[in-house]
Design a protein around this ligand. Structure first.
Ligand SMILES: [Zn+2]
Length: 321
């Protein structure tokens, strides 16, 4: 009888440890963002304008999107006629780098905005701007692209202890080619975060395993930070920063074999030995419009997206040298 009780206790303890490892409860709130707040109206405008460029699946479409992103960063008057301030006024667009590579005989580009001091170790926050098929791709991944542009705006001029590179990736949908090129060539990357679909909320949450229903709410009204077991410190830091800035957030730290865990640009950095995480609305586990013609700008929650941008800004600016 005593042995049965001891075994039951041991089992309960082990189960609690596993659950805590997976869901990563955080009790300490992260840093609050004190710079300019991300603006839902601006995020909406960016997603609408990006989608209005047309399909972003082939080389021509991706090139059009890359030109538009570059225009948003360095200023000028983009095709929607609204002039925006340049992010790098004093030295032109020198700090926006283009990384070109060839795939299937066509040239593609990553755009990398370098913020903060030129430290040896840098942080990368990335989002892919290409789209699966000839679809609008508002959530996947106009939302991440717009969030990264807004992050560039709010971080501008704020003190950063460590260099932060904002990377706009091509060809995520076609084999993670853009982020793979970046991950293979970048040196001294301390951590990487992929912004992968940030705008779909208030849908029924689906799960890769039924057991996860016991750990996460059934209503998908939260953003999720995803990492492996070795990414726990990174996941915790991002999660607490998002929480502190008004985002409802959950996290999962699990082996890569769970379907979906590795399905974005962060896994290119995993392949190169870099700690990395993904911030996501969980894609097809939540968004019924995933990879369809219905993934349109009017379906996104720009208010919640803005709080995610604030949280990411707070996290990036709190990283010590
Ligand atoms: Zn995507």
């Amino acid at each position: 009888m005593k042995l049965a009780l001891a075994l039951a206790l041991l089992f309960a303890f082990a189960l609690a440890a596993v659950v805590a490892t997976v869901v990563q409860p955080v009790f300490r709130r992260g840093p609050t963002w004190r710079g300019p707040r991300a603006d839902p109206g601006r995020l909406s405008g960016l997603v609408h304008a990006l989608v209005a460029l047309g399909p972003r699946n082939d080389a021509a479409g991706q090139s059009r999107a890359a030109d538009w992103i570059r225009g948003q960063i360095v200023g000028g008057t983009p095709s929607d006629g609204v002039a925006r301030p340049a992010l790098q006024v004093q030295d032109g667009d020198r700090r926006v780098e283009e990384q070109r590579y060839v795939a299937n005989g066509e040239t593609f580009r990553n755009l990398i905005v370098r913020l903060g001091p030129e430290t040896e170790n840098r942080i990368v926050i990335g989002a892919h701007y290409d789209v699966h098929g000839p679809y609008p791709g508002a959530d996947d991944n106009g939302s991440g692209t717009a969030a990264l542009l807004e992050l560039a705006r709010v971080l501008r001029g704020s003190p950063l202890a460590v260099g932060v590179d904002l990377a706009f990736y091509s060809n995520e949908e076609y084999g993670l080619l853009g982020s793979a090129a970046h991950a293979e060539s970048a040196r001294g990357v301390r951590a990487m975060v992929s912004l992968e679909m940030l705008g779909c909320f208030d849908q029924t949450q689906q799960f890769p395993f039924a057991a996860l229903r016991l750990l996460y709410p059934p209503q998908g009204d939260y953003i999720v930070v995803v990492g492996r077991l070795q990414d726990i410190p990174l996941v915790r830091a991002i999660k607490s920063a998002l929480l502190a800035n008004g985002a409802a957030v959950r996290s999962i730290d699990a082996p890569e074999l769970i379907p979906g865990i590795a399905d974005s640009d962060h896994s290119s950095f995993w392949r190169n030995g870099v700690r990395a995480a993904m911030v996501t609305d969980t894609a097809w586990y939540r968004n019924p419009r995933y990879h369809t013609a219905h993934d349109t700008p009017d379906t996104l929650d720009y208010g919640r997206m803005a709080r995610i941008v604030d949280g990411m800004a707070a996290w990036a600016s709190s990283i010590p040298r």
